[in-house]
Design a protein around this ligand. Structure first.
Ligand code: FAD
Length: 502
């Protein structure tokens, strides 16, 4: 008899799981069926989400048409994140997601960050050598028109997207062929009395039996917590926000669409602004220790200069499942972990977790489970530490920012900052994820550390002085990339014009 993999939840996490499991079974010629149980009565989250490049790589892997995706889901292009008022008020820096080292030849044993080190030593923003920095500033798409009127890619880098995940989930659903769906709400489970494994889900439409279950029920955590009593590891002491007030703001006619996420620090948290083709998904992520919802709304209205209509009042405990996989159930997406969306780690994390599960652990031995749990915990803990670094700020202008400075910078961020006062960050400072999947490593840390003024120019200069030859190569590369990007970025198609052309 076929193995039965039952996914509960039809948001992005659920449909990504369906797509990737089907693909794995096909590749492995494995006799298994995938069933998605989703409730049309419980909406998916959909607040306006940004992704990382991994999502685009996934579309390409599945041979799914990126242009169709952009058109059907009203998605937009994302080159990175603009961080406003984080270091201090009226200061802004960008975190582009491309990595200039990918287009350069490795220089012997030189660290993969040599271009960044050169920029810091020269007192130039590291962003100058990023193509995405220019495209982001100029509100461009990553394509130019060829003379025959077709688009040609500007670079080999992978960009990311902004979308409303409720639409993206539906789109993935349309493309996940060969998946059985059941519209029903899961209210509990029948379990094996000896092992505790789930044997069947109890739903209004009857029992749904399975061999393995994936909990994609979002914040409800219906299986992993509701049925299996999984423990939650809270990051409350490090990441201070616990509430979000999402709202929408319509795009104006003809308004250019920013190809970046705006993360705008506020008095007691920060505001996200994520453009789709018709509106901005926005929201204030804040700490209710310092602000009531009423005051949060007022603060945002003052910042934006107009009234807003909040669509929700979300409360959360930032953190992760202690074990994302318990018995024969694996939690994915919001039921597995939630971090404030400052670096778009959530959907990225789900894609990578699915790659790890489907590539290495489909046999589901106890060793598989232990290895997967260690991997998922490590991945999310690393996201936590990266996000925490963004809060190392000069700001002390509100009780929230004073509290953050005194109480919320965790030991891993402090330890790294101390280390990087004596040396420059390098690839070797980051332990690669098993399987070397894309992760928060030096290429993402550099723009953030640079933007926050946390890198030591003297150390960078001494680093370059140690190898005049490397310094010469870095200078040649930095000058040529900067010149090339300055002249080529204006030739890229405007972001709105490109999206309209679809
Ligand atoms: C404020 C906020 C901002 C975010 N911004 C970003 C971002 O910028 N980038 C990013 O990568 N991620 C972001 N995320 C996270 C992102 O939205 C999620 O990772 C992603 O949408 C996946 O959600 P999900 O599928 O786990 O849950 P959901 O979208 O909540 O879907 C849950 C599904 O489970 C179903 N369901 C629930 N309970 C039951 C039940 N008992 N029986 C049957 N079905 C059930 C529902 O019908 C629904 O289909 C953000 C999240 C929040 C809250």
């Amino acid at each position: 008899m076929s193995e039965r993999f039952v996914i509960v939840g039809g948001g992005t996490a659920g449909w990504l799981a369906a797509l990737m499991l089907r693909d794995a079974f096909k590749r492995q010629k494995r006799d298994a069926v995938v069933i998605v149980v989703e409730s049309s009565k419980i909406p998916a989250i959909g607040v306006g989400e940004g992704t990382t490049a991994v999502f685009r790589q996934m579309l390409k892997y599945f041979d799914l048409d990126e242009f169709a995706f952009l058109k059907d889901t009203e998605a937009t292009i994302k080159f990175g994140i603009r961080h406003r008022d984080w270091r201090r008020l009226r200061h802004s820096y960008d975190g582009p997601i491309d990595d200039p080292h990918l287009v350069l030849e490795q220089q012997g044993a030189a660290p993969q960050s040599y271009l960044d080190i050169f920029s810091v030593a020269a007192g130039r923003p590291v962003k100058d050598t990023h193509l995405f920095g220019y495209l982001l500033d100029q509100h461009k798409a990553p394509w130019a028109w060829k003379p025959d009127g077709t688009p040609v890619a500007m670079s080999p880098f992978h960009h990311a997207f902004h979308f409303d995940q409720a639409l993206a989930g539906k789109w993935l659903r349309k493309h996940a062929k060969g998946v059985e769906t059941i519209d029903a709400q899961v209210s509990g489970a029948r379990r094996d009395v000896e092992t505790g494994d789930i044997e069947a889900l109890i739903t209004g439409a009857g029992e749904v039996e399975g061999d393995f279950f994936i909990d994609c029920t979002g914040f409800r955590k219906s299986l992993i917590t509701g049925v299996l009593g999984g423990a939650w590891v809270s990051y409350r002491n490090i990441l201070p926000v616990n509430r979000a007030m999402p709202f929408w703001v319509d795009l104006k006619d003809g308004e250019e669409i920013p190809p970046f996420t705006l993360a705008w620090a506020q008095g007691s948290g920060w505001l996200w602004s994520i453009p789709t083709q018709t509106r901005y998904g926005m929201g204030y992520v804040y700490s209710d220790e310092f602000l009531t919802p009423g005051k949060a709304k007022e603060e945002i209205e003052v910042a934006l200069g107009h009234a807003i209509e909040p669509r929700n009042d979300l409360r959360f405990d930032i953190g992760r499942q202690k074990d994302a996989w318990i018995n024969n159930c694996l939690a994915l997406g919001l039921s597995s972990s939630f971090l404030e969306p400052l670096e778009a780690t959530s959907i990225h994390g789900s894609v990578v977790q699915l790659m790890v599960f489907t590539n290495y652990h489909l046999n589901r031995t106890p060793e598989d489970r232990n290895a997967y749990n260690a991997f998922a915990a490590r991945q999310v803990d690393d996201f936590r530490d990266f996000i925490n670094m963004h809060y190392v700020s000069e700001r002390r202008d509100t009780p929230f920012w004073k509290h953050v400075a005194e109480k919320n910078i965790g030991a891993p961020a402090k330890e790294r900052l101390e280390r990087w006062q004596g040396k420059m960050p390098e690839y070797s400072d980051f332990e690669p994820l098993p399987g070397r999947f894309a992760h928060t490593e030096q290429q993402l840390y550099y723009p953030v550390l640079d933007g926050l003024g946390l890198l030591n120019r003297g150390v960078a200069q001494r680093h370059m002085e140690r190898s005049p030859e490397l310094r010469k190569k870095a200078k040649t590369a930095a000058d040529s990339l900067t010149a090339e990007y300055r002249s080529s970025a204006p030739k890229a198609i405007g972001h709105r014009a490109f999206l309209q052309s679809l």
